[in-house]
Design a protein. Sequence first.
Length: 85
Amino acid sequence: MAVTKKRDVRRSVQQAGWITLEGGFAARPCTVLDLSATGAKIVIDDPTSVTTAKVRLAFTRDARTGRNCEVVWRRGKTLGVRFSG
């Protein structure tokens, strides 16, 4: 019998957020479209500026807050991120 992986419940949040590239200091504004326990879907004006798979997502501009993430998919200006340790 096939095992199906059930996705975590996503909440639509439509909230302003900030992403910081790994090793970077400049926070870039984004919009968090939805959020789950394991990740988020975000929209960023300039997706080409996200040149690394590792980013930090926060709801304030302070880079010390937020969660470490990995970009797992890209569709135009929309990025899917998975939270990491």
